[in-house]
Design a protein around this ligand. Sequence first.
Ligand SMILES: [Zn+2]
Length: 206
Amino acid sequence: MSRPWRRLAIAGSVGWPQGPAWHAVVTDELSDYLLRMPENSTLYVRHGDADEGPDAIAHRWASSPRSALVAHMQGQAGPAIPNRADVEIIEERLPADWAACNPHCKEFKADGSPHRRPNPGYPDHPRRGHLPDYCPSAGHWRNPNVVGYLYDGPPNRCERKHYTPIPDARVSLLMAWNYNNSPGTSATVRHAITMGVPYRVWGAFG
Ligand SMILES: [Zn+2]
């Protein structure tokens, strides 16, 4: 019998605040989901690998010792909280490809300026590294991958005929933490809605 599994997709605004309470809004949901996993199962945690915000929080959560994940719940009244060492956690990190353009990228914008942008942090930008210039739509093309699909349609639309499921990437639930309606997080939720991927959104405004 194959091992049961669930796949959580994580999306979130890179501007999601850093304070402990904001952090716990994310980690409490992840720990709660872990506690509800089937016995001896695999939990895939899929995210866009941003170096700030909920992607980074989920990365640190998935890399933590198992005992640390539920430590904050232990010591409370009631039955002991299991640390669910029987559940295997596998992270699926999907960084945006800043180097390559998608075939749908146009070389020039309507006003004649180039589509690709110079990398202001060259040569040491934390995400775009050594690239002298980059595709500003890289996140846009990557976002549907987070919910398990390739998308080859026009930017800023979600047309069903342009989606192709990625093999072995079916998402059980998208958890999205949206701060000030950031465009990337909102777009990821729209991809999930279009393709019938279950989702929950935590919205916040600062
Ligand atoms: Zn491009």
